[in-house]
Design a binder for this molecule. Structure first.
Ligand code: ZN
Length: 427
């Protein structure tokens, strides 16, 4: 009963997701939308459509293989065989649990690695985005694996120890620990984790730095550090991010972003990011994430103690670690639903941050230009199907954002501090 329910839900979602991708391919328009007429020539627009098609096909194939692999592993009794084999070493239970998870994760990595290699060195390469060398790729993956093993291993060891000591009641302590740990991670990520992958250098003094500092001052938004990171070593795609919170906030601009945008546009992009902080979106996302974790741990407490779930996966001897591993399969439908809610919230926040940015710099124009350039340079799909947007998009389609920005007049209901940086764009 439980087994068929899980299979039914996973297959239904897979079909819905494939339908969304199929409809997305169908909704590709051959003519350039009028807003993009002066920025996209028809040749480049055709390339963006080929890129969408290539990525969609890639997604469908990789997801089919992942789902098939899960069912094969399950049918062959993989969850039980792995447990029996590890138990034969008679290790302390936490070590058996850690190894159980480590092997499952290694198998998943092994399965997804060829797809990642294909995506980076075939698709991204073909469309001119990839700048990752095989050497950088190997180093990045090795560092990611080492870091994940360390962080996830530590968290898992504590969770298993809690379940070992307190039984099913441990779910609340496990959640409290995870919530605390994720807060620490957010705090240390900019100084301890991100530099493992990127080279940070301070933004050189000059008009751009002055404008950004002016914006932050006008918005009463203290930042500790303003850096440029070497994103161009891996991809030609541009990005920017804020990291940290409280007095530890840092802004990092990809060198590719600086190379392709004028200072007015860069300031508008940063004003959008500041909008996320000022409108408390960052805090809301964090709290929503913690609420998700709370619910998931609560459900996990049932999962680790229900014999029928172990039976459904063919596992003879119940244990907390196998229960948690099975929970990761079981929770997928719930995680998908929560993801859809989170994406909806995130899209709403994007509109609010856009509006904030337009008011902060006094005009929506630089942000509109920046959004157009970013879409053109990353060959974004300008006309995604609404079902795909609903399932996966954390950002609204760029045309919707541009239209909302163009339609919005000055916001009379809110008082924004105007940023004194609306001076000519740098060459
Ligand atoms: Zn945003």
């Amino acid at each position: 009963m439980i087994a068929s329910l899980i299979v039914g839900t996973l297959v239904s979602y897979y079909l819905l997701d494939s339908l969304a991708k199929f409809l997305n391919l169908k909704s590709i328009r051959t003519e350039v939308p009028p807003e993009f007429a002066n920025i996209y020539d028809s040749d480049r627009y055709r390339r963006s459509q080929s890129y969408t098609k290539a990525n969609t096909l890639f997604d469908i194939v990789s997801q089919t293989v992942a789902l098939a692999a899960l069912f094969i592993f399950w049918c062959l009794g993989g969850f039980r065989l792995l447990d029996d084999w590890l138990r034969s070493f008679n290790l302390p239970v936490i070590w058996t649990g850690l190894l159980y998870f480590a092997i499952l994760c290694a198998l998943r990595e092994l399965l997804s690695l060829p797809f990642e290699i294909f995506h980076t060195f075939k698709i991204e390469q073909k469309f001119g985005f990839n700048r990752t060398t095989p050497k950088t790729f190997v180093f990045d993956r090795s560092k990611e694996w080492a870091l994940s093993a360390l962080v996830a291993g530590l968290v898992l060891a504590v969770i298993l120890a809690l379940f070992g000591s307190f039984g099913v009641k441990a779910w609340l302590y496990a959640w409290l620990f995870t919530a605390f740990f994720s807060l620490v991670l957010v705090y240390v990520a900019p100084t301890m984790i991100l530099p493992i992958f990127f080279k940070f250098s301070p933004l050189q003094p000059g008009p751009l730095k002055d404008k950004i500092t002016g914006l932050c001052k006008a918005q009463n938004f203290p930042i500790r550090e303003l850096s440029v990171i070497d994103g161009s070593r891996r991809s030609s795609k541009a990005n920017a991010f804020f990291a940290g919170f409280g007095a530890n906030k840092r802004i990092a601009l990809y060198d590719t972003l600086i190379a392709n945008h004028g200072s007015e546009e860069l300031v508008a992009i940063l004003a959008h990011e500041i909008g996320h902080f000022k409108r408390r979106h960052v805090l809301q996302h964090f709290l929503f994430g913690q609420l998700n974790l709370f619910l998931l741990f609560y459900f996990a407490s049932f999962c680790v103690s229900d014999p029928s779930i172990f039976e459904a996966f063919g596992v003879a001897k119940p244990s907390y670690y196998v229960g948690l591993a099975l929970f990761f399969v079981l929770m997928k439908p719930a995680a998908i639903l929560l993801g859809i809610v989170a994406n909806f919230l995130s899209r709403k926040h994007e509109f609010e941050a856009d509006k904030f940015a337009a008011n902060a710099v006094g005009t929506p124009e630089p942000l509109i230009t920046a959004l157009k350039k970013l879409s053109r340079d990353s060959l974004s799909n300008l006309t995604p199907h609404p079902l795909l947007v609903c399932l996966h998009f954390t950002h609204p389609p760029v045309l919707t954002r541009i239209r909302a920005l163009s339609a919005a007049g000055p916001d009379e209901t809110q008082s924004f501090e105007r940023c004194p940086v609306s001076t000519p764009i740098l060459p």
